[in-house]
Design a protein. Structure first.
Length: 114
């Protein structure tokens, strides 16, 4: 079995039936753990559930010290929701990260299009 969080790193398509397992994981695991919340929020983003993604990613952002990848995820979600002014500082911070991460080039491209 492939666990849901593995889609973030493998790039494989997520089955449409995965929201159920994610919901149960979010209740059974420690919901305050930023890395878990970030992954869950990015799954919602990838499924096109942007409002739900924003709610979860905001919790991830507030629960621990921010990381460039979390900033990227929340910034991209805000873009999809039309919240440009909230997206801009997050994408700027992510695009200027000292260490590369998965998505840094996407963050730079998105920032350049604003």
């Amino acid at each position: 079995m492939i666990w849901p969080c593995s889609w973030q790193t493998t790039g494989r398509a997520m089955p449409a039936a995965w929201p159920g397992p994610w919901r149960s994981c979010s209740r059974s695991r420690k919901p305050g753990v930023a890395s878990f919340l970030d992954t869950l929020g990015w799954v919602y983003y990838r499924r096109g559930e942007y409002q739900r993604a924003a709610e979860v990613l905001e919790r991830a952002q507030a629960s621990e010290e921010s990381t460039p990848q979390r900033q990227f995820h929340l910034g991209m979600t805000y873009l999809k929701l039309g919240r440009i002014e909230e997206a801009r500082p997050l994408l700027t911070a992510a695009a200027n990260a000292a260490q590369p991460f998965v998505g840094i080039e996407v963050a730079r491209k998105a920032l350049g299009s604003l």
